[in-house]
Design a protein around this ligand. Structure first.
Ligand code: DAH
Length: 360
């Protein structure tokens, strides 16, 4: 028993003397580790007489438990001290002025913020979905029949087939999030979906990765008039000037009727001015987005009864709207990661877009 008492005294004092977590762990290993002194003692139990074992077994077990408890207690003291030291040394003086001479917000992020602020004011919530999608959400549920040419028109990036032979895709648009939302949420639904999208395409106005913002409203009464009002208000708020729009009939598999919306603009030299310029409306039209009333098949595919529910959807390219608003000539520059470009076109990360003080 003296041996046990000695071990207890030895390690209890080593534990309380340990001044850091590494040191404490070394003591723990020396006593309780696989080859630790206490563990070695426990291994001798097998060779003891039954009577001796009856005494030594419980005694060694108690020693083990006592030391483990001491280690835990010391550990939480040391951790507390380490946290206090970190808090003291890493303290930030919030009253100091922030260094603002490095780092800017990318125009795409700025524009997505601006859009979210405008749509939030119209009562939209933000929804998100995965960049890697399955065929069902990206195409089938959106009323693209299997083998439909529109699937190829999207220049889809396909992933290697899985064990069932199914190929996942990099989502070609943000529209699959319409499906995900309708399948997981009861109407009324009023969401926007800002996010990354992918198509195998690259030139002055296309990059393989780009950004879209999708809108979806589902309830029992929303009609095309609401769609028009919503988008007209959005455009004037976004471009921070009067903007005139027109709707042209178009075709998308997931809306019926479908339309494209154009905005009026003027060319001034090399520059494009959206809306009015010098008090005059521009004389040209530019296509800005696709929209329409959600197709009954899409509602059905999501388990909604088209005789009961209806609504509108729209989708637009964020990068292109950023280029138009802030006068950037080449889409590819946006994703080239050139610090000089970011310094020139970037926004202060400290200025939050809001409708009261102006968006940009
Ligand atoms: N998903 C379409 C595209 O990427 C854009 C779009 C058009 C979205 C019409 C919509 C819509 O929600 O109603 O080309």
């Amino acid at each position: 028993m003296t041996n046990i008492d000695n071990l207890k005294t030895k390690y209890a004092s080593a534990i309380s003397a340990a001044n850091g977590l590494t040191e404490l762990d070394a003591v723990r290993v020396a006593a309780l580790g696989k080859k630790g002194e206490v563990s070695l003692q426990m291994r001798t139990l097998g060779q003891m007489s039954t009577d001796k074992k009856k005494v030594m077994g419980p005694a060694l077990n108690a020693l083990k438990n006592d030391l483990a408890a001491l280690v835990e207690a010391r550990k939480s003291v040391l951790e507390g001290a380490a946290l206090n030291a970190a808090l003291a040394s890493e303290m930030l003086d919030m009253s100091l002025p922030v260094k603002t001479d490095t780092g800017t917000l990318h125009p795409v992020m700025q524009v997505m913020e601006e859009m979210a602020v405008i749509f939030a004011d119209q009562g939209f919530a933000v929804a998100e979905g995965p960049d890697i999608e399955d065929d069902f959400h990206n195409f089938t549920a959106l009323n693209f029949p299997p083998g439909h040419p529109a699937r190829d028109m999207h220049d889809t990036f396909f992933l290697k087939p899985n064990e069932n032979g199914d190929k996942m895709v990099l989502r070609t648009h943000t529209s699959p999030v319409q499906i995900r939302t309708m399948m997981s949420q009861e109407p009324p639904i009023r969401i926007i979906v800002p996010g990354r999208t992918y198509r195998c395409d690259s030139d002055q106005t296309h990059t393989p990765m780009f950004h879209q913002i999708e809108g979806l409203v589902i309830d029992k009464t929303t009609h095309m008039g609401h769609l028009k009002g919503c988008l007209m208000d959005f455009m004037s708020a976004f471009f921070e000037t009067d903007v005139e729009v027109r709707f042209r009939p178009h075709h998308f598999p997931f809306t019926e009727p479908s339309a494209e919306m154009d905005v009026r603009y003027a060319r001034v030299g090399d520059e494009i001015r959206i809306g009015s310029y010098n008090g005059k409306m521009g004389d040209k039209w530019m296509e800005i987005l696709g929209c329409g009333m959600v197709h009954p098949n899409v509602l059905k595919n999501c388990g909604l009864d088209p005789d009961e529910y209806q609504g509108f959807a729209f989708g637009m390219g964020v990068d292109r709207l950023a280029m138009l608003k802030y006068g950037m000539p080449d889409l590819r520059d946006m994703f080239a990661g050139d610090g000089r470009w970011l310094e020139h076109y970037g926004f202060s990360p400290l200025l939050q877009a809001n409708l009261a003080t102006g968006l940009s």
